[in-house]
Design a protein around this ligand. Structure first.
Ligand code: NDP
Length: 498
């Protein structure tokens, strides 16, 4: 990579990774590129730090993590400005992103002890003379690989839960947003100065690959499904467990009894916030015939009002310049396959910006319906009823989130969506609810961050049994007699033989 600066495209300049604003080309961050040896060293140092961190116990970690979240709250404007400059995201969107991340740190810190700490579990009649004990112990060092589109929310969704569980974390931020990643680890080091518990390594994809092979005990990957496959292959070499938060093509269903104004408002937000560069962003809408025309009108009116540009607008630049080619290809594919742009269209693509685009009558086979677009575009398709909407929504290999607007059938419809998450009469809200798990199915990945499942993802279940009394029916010993075995057979028939 040469040191020619194309706005938004990171370059390596004299061993430093330089990130720039996609809107202005202004330098945003400059960080040393890690070699393979640096990555291994970071993981080794994190391992020792992790032992210390685990030794603090849930209470010690909770205190420190709550101080960290307070620091983020105090400096929210500063961090939002950095997110805005480095990724182009409107500052208001950056604030919302950071608010959500702060909430996750708070919940993870407060609940880790309850969810993961040692507890008794009930034993059953068959082993009544033993007590059962369960706890979730830290893995050690968790590697976190994150994307650029939510450079605070996504790494923290894994890192906060991993840290609360007692792990050390080594973060590899996206090459597009290294300064935000470094800001996060630096702020953590202010409240935990004793040991390198949460650190970052920087560089291009090869640094992420090195992290996978560096001896981390678990890897949390958030990014595209294509990269997830490579990461999983690398982790397979060492049987390193991992979780994948992959891409998506989330659908929204608008039923005949939906509040159409609320649905249109949420649809425009869910599809176009952060210029549509949202893993759980609404990309496809299925509206039932009876409300289709009115709904499309309302979406077009609202989306048509959005402002686009570098500062103080609703929609900022596309962060990753090459994504613009994907967005253009999808819009063109929609039009050439018989679709119509009722707002925007090919002329909406004005690099580094893409203006809101609403496409209708697009065949389901089109790339605009099947592939992740990651732009402020929506396809809206007419369906007979909610059943057809579910069938079409579930037809893709992706299955991250989704949304349903309606009343009578809304809950049943949300449950039938083949996805890890769904919101009813809103969009994206499950991401901010720290008590709920977050993750997908199929090509959208596996494993969960957030909530109790998210905490358990970063702890190894440790099961212990302890003898409380002599065995009345000794079976797991060579001292057992044929009479003992006969009594066992009799007992089992009484207990389970009915
Ligand atoms: P990428 O898959 O391109 O990159 C993700 C991360 O992986 C980056 O840090 C990248 O580094 C790193 N990486 C690249 N190659 C390798 C490799 N061979 N081994 C290890 N790590 C590697 O995704 P994007 O950054 O473009 O993010 C957008 C994608 O993320 C979208 O598909 C989106 O849906 C998804 N996403 C999913 C979320 C979820 O929770 N499910 C949330 C947010 C986004 P580098 O940047 O240096 O190439």
């Amino acid at each position: 990579m040469t040191a020619v600066h194309i706005p938004g495209v990171p370059v390596i300049d004299a061993g430093q990774l330089v990130s720039t604003s996609p809107a202005t080309g202004a330098e945003a961050g400059r960080l040393p590129v890690a070699t393979d040896a640096d990555v291994r060293q970071a993981v080794d140092r994190a391992r020792a730090a992790g032992d210390w961190w685990a030794g603090l116990g849930f209470t010690g970690r909770r205190q420190r993590m709550l101080r960290w979240r307070a620091l983020l709250a105090k400096r929210i404007e500063q961090l939002a400005e950095l997110v805005h400059v480095e990724g182009g995201k409107p500052t208001a969107d950056a604030i919302v992103e950071i608010v959500t991340a702060i909430e996750h740190i708070d919940w993870a810190a407060r609940n880790a002890g309850r969810v993961l700490g040692p507890r008794r579990v009930r034993s059953r009649l068959i082993l009544a003379e033993f007590s059962g004990h369960l706890e979730y112990q830290p893995h050690g060092v968790v590697g976190v690989i994150g994307p650029w589109n939510y450079p605070v929310f996504t790494p923290i969704g894994s890192a906060a839960y991993a840290l609360a569980a007692g792990n050390a974390v080594v973060l590899k931020p996206s090459e597009y947003t290294p300064a935000v990643g470094q800001w996060l680890v630096d702020s953590f080091a202010e409240v935990v100065p004793e040991q390198p518990v949460f650190t970052a390594v920087h560089g291009l994809g090869d640094v992420g690959a090195a992290l996978c092979r560096s001896g981390v005990n678990k890897l949390a990957f958030t990014g595209s499904t294509a990269t997830a496959r490579k990461v999983m292959a690398a982790c397979a070499e060492t049987l390193t467990p991992m979780l994948i938060e992959g891409g998506g093509k989330d659908a929204m269903i608008v039923d005949s009894d939906a509040d159409l104004d609320a649905a249109a408002e949420a649809c425009v937000w869910g599809g176009m916030t952060n210029a549509g560069q949202t893993c759980i962003g609404i990309e496809r809408v299925y509206a039932v015939d009876a409300v289709f025309d009115a709904f499309v009108d309302k979406v077009v009116t609202r989306a048509g009002r959005l402002t686009v540009g570098p500062e103080g607008t609703d929609i900022g630049p596309i962060t990753m310049p090459r994504q613009i080619d994907v967005i253009r290809r999808h819009i063109d594919a929609a039009i050439t396959s018989g679709g119509r742009a009722v707002l925007g269209g090919p002329s909406a693509v004005q690099p580094p910006y893409v203006h809101p685009t609403v496409l209708v009558d697009v065949p389901e086979e089109s790339a605009a319906v099947r592939e992740e677009t990651f732009g402020p575009t929506l396809t809206i398709s007419r369906v007979r009823d909610a059943d057809e909407a579910v069938t079409r929504a579930n037809a893709l290999s992706y299955g991250l989130g989704g949304s349903v607007f309606g009343r009578r059938r809304a809950v049943a419809t949300a449950r039938r969506l083949r996805s890890g998450m769904a919101s009813i009469n809103s969009t994206l809200t499950f991401a901010g609810m720290s008590t709920l798990p977050f993750g997908g199915v199929g090509d959208s990945g596996f494993g969960r961050i957030h909530g109790e499942d998210g905490l358990r993802e970063f702890g190894r279940a440790k099961a212990i049994t302890r003898r409380r009394a002599r065995s009345l029916l000794p079976s797991m010993t060579f001292e057992r007699t044929p009479a003992d075995v006969a009594r066992l057979v009799k007992a089992i028939k009484v207990m389970y033989g009915r």
